[in-house]
Design a protein around this ligand. Sequence first.
Ligand code: ADP
Length: 411
Amino acid sequence: MEINKDLENSLRRLELLNQVAKDITSTLGLEPRLGFVCQSIIDIMGVKGVSIRLLDQKTNRLELAFACGLSEEYVHKGPVEADKSLAKALEGTPHFVSDAPNDPGIQYPEEARREGLVSVLSLPLKGRTKVIGTLRLYTGEKRSFTRDEIDFLSALAAQGAISLENARSYDALEQQDKAKSDFIMMMTHELKAPLMAVQGLLDVMQKGYVGPLTEKQKELIGRIYRRIDSLTEVSTDLLDIYEWQTKRPDTQSIPLSMNVQIQRAVDLFKTSALEKGLAMDVDLPDQDLILMGSEDEVEKILNNLITNAIKYTPKGGNISLALSASGGSVVFMIKDTGIGINDEDIPKVFDDFFRSKGAKKIDPYGKGLGLPFVKQIVEGLGGTIRVKSEEGKGAEFILSFPPSDGFSTHE
Ligand code: ADP
């Protein structure tokens, strides 16, 4: 039985080490993972509590990252000075105190007594280049730790430290990225007002309020005006994407009938298609296919795809839309008989600012921002988008939304 218990314990240690090693590459949800590690240490080592503290270089204090088995009062007893009780661990070696309430090296002996803590083992969390914090184990009775136990905990702390360092660099990068986007968007927004003011002045000149203009001057002013239009459109599109990206987590998803959404979009664009000499047909199933999302998102997807189909299909062509349920997924297809996309360009159409040569010829003022945005929205809704096309033979965009908890088909 003794051997069995030992084996079981070793197995659990290995499992925990394995789990923490896997966590190294994971970037999300640090808190639940720390909780799991702390609780597992308590179970495996039979200790009263565990804490993980990270060193703040500026204040030289150890800030709490996670604790379990300890009271709120004890955990928040006051600032933990790095060079007092944890100096040894911060030098990189495990440090053991057998009687914390009576040890002169302990910073809060009275609080330790009140909490019922007796022995304390502190292990360094060694990052790639320096110690980044400590892992501490607290016992409720006087006990020591075997070499074997310390080796296991040191290995665990080493793996955990790298995982923590990775998570912190990831957070820092995310923050930098957000700050950069915020700045670009603020600049984009600020640019719009002066651009519109310039257009206003051009308008005044164009209308001859400041003196007569030659035909050449009128033509040049018209070209400047259109260039500015194009710039303001890029700003509006970028701000639209940015707004969606920042608001997306709070967007309320509601069940939407894709049949209704598609019919509405077709009604909206039918006239412009007809005016261009294009036929537009739509094939909707009898049953309502439901997608969880916001009307605004679904509108953006459909409007972008339909406008592209109209734009890139020459007169006399055809645009067909179809909705169906296939293998539990809701599949939406939009197919045109337009200019199509060559093999080399197909993988690039979802890249920001990409535009094919043929597209530039048809519409020199396009931005190449529509499809990347559509892809982001589709993926945000849990779906996928792909394109099938042959140059000169039209393009087909296929969107598929897999079944999920909030996603169903209604009879
Ligand atoms: P834009 O239409 O402003 O160029 P998009 O991001 O919507 O920007 O599309 C990117 C590119 O993908 C287009 O420039 C074009 O080359 C290609 N594309 C998109 N839709 C179609 C389509 N229906 N037929 C042919 N090419 C298309």
